[in-house]
Design a protein around this ligand. Structure first.
Ligand code: GSH
Length: 216
């Protein structure tokens, strides 16, 4: 059995989305984004006390991107990874890991809001805007049917970056980037994305839908 340790709306949501796409059996161990992640039992699964953590084959894994790469290799039938000799392998790796560049901005924005640092918020929003520009640029490259980040079609990159954008949209809207907005609507229309959303009463990472920069 595969068990995903999950905090709703966090990076573990991208693994939850992927597991849904892979159509494999798994269980979810829910966690709250608080000090309980530092309990010794959880630290034995994820030594820095972070989600996601994954129990699989009697082992434990931590780190969203490592988990995604492993699951794509373990379950190649759904075609969400790109193997070493695949022409899209390099691009797959680039965009898979780019998800964490986006989420790095989100981590700093969450911290800036927690401590009320308006300048830090503005600086990080500018860095997040560059990430959105990169995604918009990629999706604007002229190939036939550029519906997804890879020319070869939907992949775990769309899941990882799409979920990173889901988190980032709590701080910066995507409306002024048409390709990004259309792609986001396309990939979040999938059933497995809907299944990865938090239940209405779930403890979650974001207490607000959107965080405005205070005036001044
Ligand atoms: N590089 C790690 C980062 C994991 C991470 O920072 N997760 C956040 C949620 S998005 C977390 O667990 N935060 C709780 C905390 O730091 O206490 C990964 O990709 O899994």
């Amino acid at each position: 059995m595969i068990t995903l340790h999950h905090v709703p709306q966090s990076r573990s949501m991208r693994v939850l989305w992927l597991l849904g796409e892979l159509e494999v059996e798994f269980a979810v161990a829910p966690h709250a984004p608080d000090r309980s992640l530092r309990d010794p039992a959880f630290l034995s699964l994820s030594p820095a006390g972070r989600v996601p953590a994954l129990e699989i084959e009697g082992e434990r894994m931590f780190g969203a991107t490592a988990i995604i790469e492993y699951l794509c290799e373990k379950f190649p039938e759904r075609g969400l990874g790109r193997a070493p000799r695949d022409p899209d392998r390099m691009t797959w790796l680039v965009w898979l890991h780019f998800a964490d560049t986006v989420t790095g901005c989100v981590d700093i924005l969450r911290r800036a809001y927690a401590v009320g640092q308006t300048q830090m918020m503005r600086d990080e929003l500018a860095r997040l805007a560059l990430c959105y520009d990169a995604i918009e640029g990629r999706l604007s490259t002229p190939v036939e049917n550029r519906d997804y980040l890879l020319t070869s079609g939907f992949s775990a990159c769309d899941i990882a970056v799409g979920q990173a954008v889901y988190m980032a949209r709590h701080f910066l809207a995507t409306d002024d980037r048409p390709e990004l907005t259309a792609w986001y609507a396309r990939i979040t229309g999938r059933d497995s994305f809907a299944a990865a959303l938090p239940a209405p009463d779930a403890v979650r990472m974001f207490s607000q839908e959107f965080y405005e920069v205070p005036n001044g």
